[in-house]
Write a protein that binds this ligand. Sequence first.
Ligand code: HEM
Ligand code: SF4
Length: 557
Amino acid sequence: MMSPDAVQTAPVKETKAQKSERLKLAKNPWESWADVEGFAQAGRDSVASEWSGLYFKWWGIYTQGDGIGAVGGVGGEGKTTEYFMMRIAVPAGFLTSKQARVVADLTKKYARNLADVTTRQAIQLHWLTIESLPIIVQELEKVGLSPKSACGDVVRNVTGCPLAGIDGEEIADASGLAREVAAEMNGNPEFYNLPRKFKIAVSGCPVWCCYPEINDLSLTAIKRGDELGYSLRVGGGLSKEPHMAVRLPVFLKPEQCVEAVRGVLRIYREQEALRKDRSKARIKYMFMEQGWTAETFTEELQKRVSFTLEPAVEEVLPEDVFRDHCGIRKQKQEGLSSVGMSVLRGRVSGEQLEKVADLADEFGNGELRTTIMQNLIIPNVPTEKAQGLAAELGKLELHVDGSVFWRGTVACTGTEFCKLAISETKGFSKWLVDEIEERLPQFDQQIRINVTGCPNGCGQHWIGDIGLEGKKVKVDGKMVDAFNFAVGGAVGKYQRPARPIGYRAAATEVPEAIERLLRGYLAKREQGENLRSYFARTPDEELRNQLAGTGPATIGE
Ligand code: HEM
Ligand code: SF4
């Protein structure tokens, strides 16, 4: 037994949260880019552990996994390689052909010709060496892009409607506000040390394809009579415990929005209780565990803004939130169309991105947009030229009229590069889409298949029609990739996280299970019933039986 003295002097092991908090107080990484330039000169071995473990994230940089994921490592994290990945912020998904060309060039030069469009409209590069980091950041900054704030305990890339300013159905073009919020909050030293990451979405459109409900804060356009304003939500998030954002009972005038965002961020920043456990450090836990309500939050917000918060007006929630933005779509500007291409699981090569940039110049006005479903759009194309553009994109395997499975499949980073991953996701998703296309060639319903390599849920499996969460199972004595199924995730009027329905399959068995499930839908749907409402009304057991093939036989298409 230890003596009382020994107990007193025994070193107390810092928790992960304590360590992060200590390091964050010690340094604002945004002010210390010179450290990175030093590492780049001295080589990979010189990188200080607090940089590889924490500070790099403030610059959108993570260490890269060894392709084995968490299973290959200890303590829940996989091994780090000498390489890095970098997330480049694209506020509200607005990208120019010039910027895209620079990213394409960097992709070819430094990232083994591979770039991923992410579920927050950012672009992620991999395989970067320490030597390349300062060069890449410098090149990005020349064209107004930056990885700063794309990761870390800060305001992340602000998402917005990819059709802002061109969509005939929009209530308002909120892209200006989205970009203003991004300009104010990304890289703002006042908010360099939040308890954890903070995600913001700003939408001017009634479809809500940027999922305001799953962001820490969202602004959605609303009308009070003829007057434009915004609804404010806080506390949404996915991860291991999904929580739909709480609407605050306020109506914000456009000019009040930035101040309100700042007020919310100040409330969040002050929550010392959240800084004790990183897995519970999101604003949603104030509502889930600390008894905060929309009303108490609003009272606190009122103390932090200079204007009187006005009461909310009635809101119409979107019936069915689905927009992959693929296809040719007439804009509100007479004679112009947007052309959306599906980028299967968000992955493009440098050449593809370069060619897309060229096509945006040739057919449009040099603008591009990234979408939350990991796709790309070329807007402002004269309608008579849109088919020609679609044909060019088809040659690049960026299909404008791809199958519903191509269009609707989203995948997180997975074992390929993520140290926390349990399963591989990107290669799997491509194979899965090929397989289901072959099995159900006539399937014409919109579908969201969200593949995520571990419970952290970066692939948004909680809001998929079919959400697949990576696991491992033993097959013939060997551990292989597998997926847990969650079904029926929805946002909008019928919002609810997907239901984990107690079915798990080895990765190789997933297409067959999905085929059975979708055949079940085709056989049992009511006239005109979409997939989301069918999943919502069908009991878990029935869906589980269909997935497992143990239920009553279903008839084919
Ligand atoms: C505790 C660790 C993590 C949690 C809880 C987490 C959670 C999430 C969630 C819920 C999203 C959904 C997107 C959204 O909010 O709209 C997301 C996005 C994403 N995550 Fe993670 N994540 C974690 C770590 C990582 C790591 C280690 C990587 C890769 C190395 C990663 C890569 C991504 C990517 C690429 C996205 C896409 C969106 C973006 O641009 O931010 N995440 N994450
Ligand atoms: S969900 Fe995907 S990207 Fe996120 S931590 Fe897990 S494996 Fe990595």
